[in-house]
Write a protein that binds this ligand. Structure first.
Ligand SMILES: [Zn+2]
Length: 205
């Protein structure tokens, strides 16, 4: 029979829970269950929020302090597929003059295409490889370029510098694509690599 609007099975479950509780002869008090010390701490709130709300990826965040933060953020966003390519803008209903790649004008401007697949733009990776005397990854893809560093035989300092070059190259490719839309002067594909070298030396971003 229902008791006060509670179904019989719910009532029995409630009784089971309550019967297992042992009350102590101490005054009532407020506690903070998010921290083992039972005391409020900002770090415990941060930890609870991070573990409950912030998604964790399957790969670590790339960070190189030899290049500006905005470049690191760009590569991070590329890995998350969250940069506004023309194709993505179009899918979201933003009016763009064209969704085609500004490099080849043949295929849609997707992340994979402009950073790795475009026959007119991916030459930059070959030039970086020649510059550093390294072999290209067997298959050129965004992820293989990002992971390129893992398979090269360089000293610790060289690795960090090479990593900075890869990040800068991503930046220059993205700049090139944006400049074709927003720039006052149409950029030239032939100077993308020169741009990488110049920015790497002078840190002029
Ligand atoms: Zn292209």
């Amino acid at each position: 029979m229902p008791r006060g609007g509670i179904e019989e099975t719910q009532w029995l479950s409630f009784l089971e829970v309550v019967q297992g509780v042992q009350l102590q002869q101490v005054p009532d008090r407020l506690g903070w269950t998010l921290d083992s010390s039972d005391s409020f701490s900002v770090s415990s709130v941060k930890y609870a929020l991070n573990s409950g709300l912030v998604p964790s990826g399957d790969r670590g965040t790339r960070w190189n302090n030899w290049v500006p933060i905005k470049l690191n953020i760009l590569v991070w966003r590329i890995q998350l597929s969250s940069i506004p390519t023309r194709e993505r803008l179009s899918i979201r209903g933003v009016m763009v003059p064209s969704i085609m790649c500004p490099g080849c004008m043949v295929k849609a401007e997707t992340i994979e295409h402009i950073f790795a697949g475009c026959c007119d733009l991916r030459d930059i990776w070959g030039r970086v490889a020649i510059w550093w005397g390294l072999s290209l990854p067997l298959q050129i893809s965004v992820q293989s370029i990002i992971n390129w560093l893992e398979g090269v035989n360089l000293s610790r300092g060289q690795r960090k510098a090479f990593d900075a070059i890869i990040i800068t190259s991503f930046w220059c490719l993205w700049n090139f694509c944006n400049s074709t839309i927003f720039g006052m002067v149409l950029p030239k594909k032939s100077v993308i690599f020169d741009d990488v070298v110049e920015k790497s030396f002078f840190l002029d971003f």
